[in-house]
Design a protein around this ligand. Sequence first.
Ligand SMILES: Nc1ncnc2c1ncn2[C@@H]1O[C@H](COP(=O)(O)OP(=O)(O)OP(=O)(O)O)[C@@H](O)[C@H]1O
Ligand SMILES: [Mg+2]
Length: 298
Amino acid sequence: MIEIKNLNKHFGQFHALKGISLRVKENEIYGFIGHNGAGKSTTMNIMAGLSHFEEGSCIINGQDVKELAKPGDLNVGFLPENPQFYPWMNATEYLLYCSKNPDKQKVKEIIAWAGLEQHASRKIKGFSRGMKQRLGLAVALINDPKLIILDEPSSALDPEGRSEVLRLMVELKNMGKTIIFSSHILSDIERICDRIGMIENGEIIFEKSLVSLLNENVKPIFDIEFKHMISTLQIERLMEHKDILKVEAKDNMLTVQLKQNDLDPKSLLESVLEFDVPILGFNLRKNNLESLFIKEGN
Ligand SMILES: Nc1ncnc2c1ncn2[C@@H]1O[C@H](COP(=O)(O)OP(=O)(O)OP(=O)(O)O)[C@@H](O)[C@H]1O
Ligand SMILES: [Mg+2]
């Protein structure tokens, strides 16, 4: 669907994209992450056929963006970082204007989906930032594209709006579409993405499936909750266990770190059962994307 190879782009002397390669497969939701200024928007503008680059290649739906007569030929839905509209039009007029085959019923449906029903006939110049983002999303979908590129689709939305957008992205995937979106909201990425690419200073740091990214970084830490407090003596005995690196106690909880990722927790469980104190919880702590992102970025 998207195949980018060795892309290089400068803004004057500034080397913004330093040979990036990435691949978005058909019918996946791809999350594009990176700190401010990493190069996400620059890359996405190129994917949408709107920005020039010096070296490398960018193939979208089998089409080389360098060989396009005009960006509209790509048949992608694109939400730019700061969508611009004709402020004197209202939302309905603008969506009709953007439609390849103008259809009033379809525009009405998409306006309702975007949560803009109340504002359909208001001039866009009076729209709030979140309303403009909703309208931008509607514009990205109005021509029923197979590939959808969204640059921070939920950054200006309230929590309810954010959840709606995430739900919609999953619905679009179920309809057979392919989606790439950038976001700083890692919990959103974690909720819906199949694969993730991270860019830093114009270079791709990794590109992996969400599952393998999280699995590779599972920390061998168990949080064990007991019905009563565990005595110091019992904790000391537990620390003698050959697989255990560290034990921390707080109230009725023990946090136990194992020496290696792939150790079988069975013998740990057997050791804590010997305390003869009822166990209320025994959980392997999972890393979330937030902690990985902070680690990778530093
Ligand atoms: N038109 C431009 N002229 C000069 N430099 C630019 C221009 N557009 C982007 N840059 C620079 O290129 C780098 C990448 O910018 P880009 O907008 O792609 O980052 P981003 O990852 O989208 O960041 P953000 O999370 O803040 O949106 C930044 O250092 C930015 O200053
Ligand atoms: Mg950006």
